[in-house]
Design a protein around this ligand. Structure first.
Ligand code: 6R9
Length: 651
């Protein structure tokens, strides 16, 4: 346990006084949320408009074999009406979305709530005309353009279930998701400009759709107007249709437990799983956490730099902020284009008040030097946030000093695709922060620390173990699309009666929480979740590869890098050219984010006598930590370890 005194940063009086939630209020609200969850969430659910009021608040069972999670289950509402229509009277002309394009030379757009309404209705009508109805699945494979938000909200409006596939994913990954969710249509764009380059999204979609059912249609937004191949029986031109489409479309009444979206995410085994979020509970939780964690006030300009392809983009670019009637900024590009001052230029240009990004971006920008920050006027900033992976104190301090000038509380928000919204974070007006700590549970969240092997609950402070959650919250995922059994197996079987997060954590002497990272075979590369099993199965799909084992290793910028041990088919010989071929192969199977950092040729892999690969050992070798190899006596062929050490690749 760490006994090193950590510097703490209490909220200033000014921040605490102005905040929605100060320390006293947090304590009272947290206590109420735990002692009377039904009463607490009944009241919180009033922040959204219900078409049919609910009478039941919570119906939850975490017992393995009979897991069910229902919130507000007999109520009806529409997410798009909550994010748009109900604001029209009071803030129709207020900007809902500020869109900042990839190139600073192109003009930013300010989309009012009224314009958002009209655009969303047009998209909804176009989808309906294409035969999309309630419960149908729609894949969204889009750049960070306003149409991505229109598409999400249009699906919500007509009750279709969207599944966003990050535009950096390959055609194969896209095809797997189209097939996995049995989608009726793919919404895409001609090209996705990013960092001065343009990904040919439509061409990728064409490749993906070649291996999907012929009935799947493709709706294409013209982003650059560049040339694309066209299939008249399948492709539909959104940009042409939107000019004529009606801008009125009545929102569908959805049951609170109807699915709102599916989002595929990596797990420790097998192929990515389709995390299912539903309508009522998700929206209540996204809206409440957005307001309280970021201390969002009317008139603020809020910017989350995530991509809508990740859960952070769902909850904290689109649904949470818009449900709160906020002004949310959407950025198409990357932090380093045209140069490393771009984030800060945008903060200055749009007078951003709350800024939310990932540690990997902070580390990358920190490496470019502070001059890029110092040249910009960041006086509008009130709060900084981070998400996606543990933040190292060095990056935290740089964020605090250089970006926040010591005046902006940093909310280190720990949560997951599965949780829908923040589960642990300091609240800016209530809690002191510590560099690298997620600090406190959000309202309604009951974290428990368990002994990893016995599953015994560890009480008291200054303890470490695996992190589980003892009771449900409205934003929790409900199931894995098409595989409820895998859902129960993944999250409820290892530690009975609890939701298992897959993360380790420490509760320090003050009772504050620190996330220590994944305890399963999921690695976190630049804040993107990657199952080592996924990369392995991509590698072994290559005809020259016999076997592969993949582990994470510490990486200065990405947090973790991807280290692959590869055994070749007999007769194949290792070469740098083959290394490049395999790297490109993985990129095309999954996407550039899965690109291996290191490929080490492994004549053999360390296995137990029952044939299980001993990843613990491979991880240690990749980390350059041979002293800690631990017990190798159960290995079938201990000598393979010596070979791997001798031929270890330097990064
Ligand atoms: C929102 C999101 C979830 C995993 C999670 C954990 C890691 C996220 C973190 C963090 C430490 C934080 N993680 N936020 N670790 N501190 N503030 O990132 O969802 O892509 O599903 O990843 O990311 O390991 O389990 P997702």
């Amino acid at each position: 346990m760490s006994n090193v005194a950590t510097q703490t940063y209490p909220p200033s009086d000014k921040t605490a006084d102005a905040a929605h939630v100060n320390a006293v209020k947090y304590d009272a609200m947290y206590d109420a949320s735990i002692s009377d969850p039904e009463g607490f969430w009944k009241e919180q659910a009033q922040r959204v408009d219900w078409m049919t009021p609910f009478t039941k608040v919570k119906d939850v069972d975490f017992t393995f074999g009979q897991v069910k999670i229902n919130w507000f289950a007999d109520g009806a509402l529409n997410v798009s009406a909550n994010c748009i229509d109900r604001h029209l009277e009071t803030r129709g002309d207020q900007t809902a979305i500020i869109w900042e394009p990839d190139s600073p030379k192109e003009e930013a757009q300010h989309i009012s709530y009224r314009a958002l309404h009209s655009q969303t209705c047009k998209m909804a009508n176009i989808l309906r005309d294409m035969g999309v109805g309630k419960g149908d699945r729609v894949i969204i494979y889009m750049p960070m353009i306003p149409e991505a938000a229109y598409a999400m909200l249009a699906c919500a409006r007509i009750g279709a279930i969207h599944s966003i596939v990050f535009a950096g994913f390959s055609p194969d990954a896209l095809a797997a998701r189209v097939q996995g969710s049995d989608a009726k249509i793919v919404i895409t764009a001609d090209f996705a400009p990013r960092g001065g380059k343009a990904t040919p999204l439509k061409a990728n979609a064409d490749k993906a759709l070649a291996s999907c059912d012929a009935s799947v249609k493709c709706l294409v937004v013209r982003r650059t107007g560049g040339d694309v191949a066209w299939n008249d029986t399948r492709d539909v031109d959104y940009t042409a249709l939107a000019k004529e489409a009606s801008d009125s479309c009545a929102p569908e009444a959805m049951n609170a437990e109807d699915p709102l979206f599916i989002l595929y995410t990596s797990g420790s085994t097998g192929q990515p799983k389709g995390v299912v979020h539903t309508t009522g509970g998700y929206l209540v939780y996204a809206a409440l956490t957005h307001e309280v964690t970021f201390d969002y006030h009317d008139g603020d300009v809020y910017w989350c730099t995530a991509d809508v392809g990740w859960v952070t983009g769902h909850s904290y670019i689109v649904y949470g902020p818009l449900a709160n009637g906020a002004t949310t900024l959407m950025f198409e590009g990357v932090p380093t284009y045209p140069d490393a001052s771009r984030f800060w230029q945008i903060c200055e240009k749009h007078k951003v008040n709350q800024f939310y990004t990932a540690p990997t971006a902070i580390r990358a920008l920190m490496g470019k030097g502070r001059a890029f920050v110092d040249g910009c006027d960041l006086s509008s900033l009130k709060l900084l946030g981070t998400v996606g992976e543990p933040i190292n104190p060095e990056a935290w301090n740089w964020y605090n000093d250089v970006v926040g000038k010591g005046n902006c509380p940093i909310v280190d928000t720990w949560w997951q695709t599965e949780t829908g919204g923040h589960l642990m974070t300091p609240l800016p007006g209530a809690h002191a922060t510590k560099p690298g700590a997620a600090m406190k549970p959000f309202f309604g969240i009951r974290p428990v620390v368990l002994e990893p092997t016995s599953g015994a609950k560890i009480d008291g402070n200054d303890v470490e173990g695996v992190l589980c959650i003892a009771d449900s919250w409205p934003g929790q995922m409900r199931t894995i699309w098409g595989d409820h059994e895998r859902f129960e197996q993944t999250y409820f079987s290892d530690y009975k009666g609890y939701y298992f997060t897959g993360d380790g954590c420490r509760r320090d002497a003050d009772g504050d929480y620190w996330i220590t990272g994944r305890v399963d075979d999921v690695i976190n590369v630049s804040g993107h979740r990657m199952g080592t099993a996924e990369v392995e199965s991509a590698l072994v799909a290559h005809p020259k590869v016999a076997e592969a084992a993949v582990v994470g290793f510490p990486h200065d910028i990405k947090g973790q890098g991807i280290y692959c041990y590869v055994s070749l088919m007999s007769g194949e010989s290792p070469s740098d050219a083959l290394r490049t071929e395999l790297r490109n192969w993985v990129r095309s199977e999954i996407g550039p984010i899965a690109s291996p950092d290191v490929i080490q040729w492994a004549p053999g892999l360390p296995k137990t006598r029952s044939g299980k690969i001993m990843r613990r050992i491979l991880r240690k070798i990749a980390e350059n930590d041979y002293g800690a190899l631990g017990d190798t006596s159960t290995l079938a062929e201990p000598e393979v370890v010596d070979d791997l050490i001798a031929n270890r690749m330097d990064r």
